[in-house]
Ligand binder design. Structure first.
Ligand SMILES: [Zn+2]
Length: 387
């Protein structure tokens, strides 16, 4: 059986004393990593074994790191260069000789003081019942560092956490990002499909008639847009910092909203034994582009995120998932199939000019997506049978 990789992010709640220890630790390992990265760059030494020979002793002596931590620093550096070189090799940094590619290769990799750093089971242990971790720091082992996590996250961590976790500092908060290996759940044969229509007024509407409103999220976005306009005029360092924090806050809010919606949709499908039919995301981007060019990036990004949350949660629940072509789903009648622009007299209303079927416009679109899901499933399984 396969495995689904999942990262669980928990927030640490260190005491002031613990926070100081975490801070000096993360600073030390990242300073050491930056130093090793410069050494690697100048001597053209990128392999773990070779770097260890050149740098190991000095990391321990100059940065006060234990053997285990010194090895993690070296591995982090070799991983960073492996990623960089792979990107260059794959042409992600432009063609040979291009300014961008030259720039990327000209300078050594640098690690921010708060950049994520891996801790393995010897350096970090979890006490799930007490909701604390014990973690190695440059000031000795810190015990009883509290963390917060949802009931869901606690369960997942307790059952499936595996290997290293990353410690990182962002916007004045401490986080641990743990990797979990979850067993794949076999997909149940669906009894029909739950269609999901994505939009701006309603972020998601299901063919079951459930509408997940975008009102709160849109209000937050609007507020932030206004604030952004005012701050951007200022151009001061503090305004820029505030902007950055705002952007992250908005992104967090959007991600939370998407998580909640994805969870409700997958629960609705699982409860009714249905599979889930989602619009093909390329189609969404094209459609939104036609409507509101200035909002394309934001919304297509957010739709992709919602789609990936639904896909992940569906896989976890063994719920079938298909992607369908969304063309004309908003103009077609989900009762008789008649396609006509005039079927949509208003933003929210659908009223078929042929058969008289009337429904909320988004629910009608979701019903079309659902029947395309049924058709697409039938086709792909006919192929299975023939094979
Ligand atoms: Zn009709």
């Amino acid at each position: 059986m396969g495995v689904v990789k999942l990262v669980v992010q928990v927030r640490l709640l260190p005491t002031p004393e613990q926070a100081t220890a975490l801070e000096s630790t993360l600073c030390a390992v990242n300073e050491a990593a930056t130093w090793v990265a410069a050494l690697a760059h100048h001597r053209r030494v990128f392999r773990n074994y070779d770097l260890r020979r050149h740098a190991y002793g000095q990391i321990k002596d100059n940065y006060g790191l234990a053997a285990q931590a010194a090895q993690h620093v070296i591995k982090k550096v070799t991983d960073a260069y492996a990623t960089l070189h792979a990107n260059v090799h794959n042409g992600n940094m432009g063609r040979p000789g291009s300014a961008r590619r030259e720039r990327a290769l000209a300078k050594p990799v640098v690690f921010r003081p708060g950049a994520a750093h891996p801790f393995d089971d010897r350096c970090l242990s979890w006490q799930m019942d007490a909701r604390t971790v014990s973690i190695w720091t440059t000031r000795g082992r810190m015990k009883n560092v509290a963390f917060t996590a949802s009931a869901d996250q606690l369960q997942t961590l307790a059952a499936y956490r595996k290997g290293e976790s990353d410690l990182l500092y962002r916007d004045g908060r401490w986080f641990l990002i743990a990797t979990c290996d979850l067993p794949e759940v076999p997909v149940a044969a669906p009894d029909g499909f739950l269609g999901v229509d994505l939009g701006i007024v309603n972020i998601a509407t299901t063919s079951g008639g459930v509408r997940h409103s975008g009102k709160t999220l849109n209000a937050v976005r609007h507020r932030h847009r206004e604030l952004r306009r005012r701050l951007q005029a200022k151009q001061t360092t503090s305004a820029k910092r505030l902007l950055k924090r705002r952007r992250r806050k908005e992104a967090r809010f959007a991600a939370n909203t998407n998580h909640t919606i994805a969870k409700r949709i997958v629960t609705e499908a699982a409860r009714t034994g249905q599979g889930i039919a989602l619009e093909d995301l390329q189609g969404i981007r094209d459609r939104v582009r036609l409507r509101k060019p200035q909002r394309v990036t934001l919304h297509s990004w957010s739709f992709h995120q919602l789609g990936s949350f639904i896909a992940y949660k569906a896989a976890r629940a063994g719920v079938a998932l298909v992607y369908v072509d969304p063309a004309y789903t908003s103009q077609a009648c989900s009762s008789c199939g008649h396609v006509d622009k005039r079927n949509r007299p208003g933003q929210a209303t659908f009223s078929c000019t042929s058969c008289g079927f009337a429904e909320h416009a988004d629910v009608n679109a979701a019903r079309n997506i659902a029947s395309r899901g049924v058709a697409s499933w039938a086709v792909s399984h006919a192929a299975d049978d023939a094979a």
